[in-house]
Design a protein. Structure first.
Length: 150
């Protein structure tokens, strides 16, 4: 009987350790992903802003190895029914190499409750394609209830 209790206790401890490891992994999507040379963009928070708007907060880690002077990306906002609400360009401002930054964007006339998904359509204002952000690999994550993907 004592051996059975030991096995149950060992199994419970193993399950708890695995669950705790997974919980920590889920809490840090940006930190785990930022080992690859890429521009890591995490949708960190979605909150009601002004009376008729929504504020999106992004955590951005520039792990490209180069400064990105004017990175702009086209985003597509989908409602909960999967319909395109709007296309917009977000200017992330200068992003220094190997630095994490936070950027917020206020979207007038957008209800946070109606957002279903956000798509990063790709880099904007690339001209001849030589702008560093146009060649950067993107890594996307979301801590919000709204998926962020390509």
């Amino acid at each position: 009987m004592g051996r059975g209790i030991e096995l149950v206790a060992a199994a419970a401890l193993t399950a708890a350790a695995l669950w705790a490891g997974q919980a920590r992994a889920d809490d840090q999507p940006l930190q785990q992903a930022d080992t690859a040379p890429a521009l890591h963009i995490e949708l960190n928070r979605v909150a009601s802003g002004d009376a008729d708007g929504c504020r999106l907060t992004f955590v951005v880690r520039n792990a490209t190895g180069a400064d990105l002077p004017e990175p702009r990306f086209e985003f597509v906002l989908f409602d909960r029914d999967g319909l395109v609400d709007r296309l917009t360009t977000f200017d992330f401002g200068a992003l220094v190499a190997d630095k994490t930054s936070v950027r917020q964007f206020d979207l007038s006339g957008v209800s946070c409750d109606r957002l279903g998904r956000i798509l990063v359509n790709g880099p904007a204002r690339c001209g001849d394609g030589s702008a560093p952000h146009c060649k950067a690999e993107l890594s996307l994550a979301s801590r919000a209830d709204i998926p962020l993907n390509r």
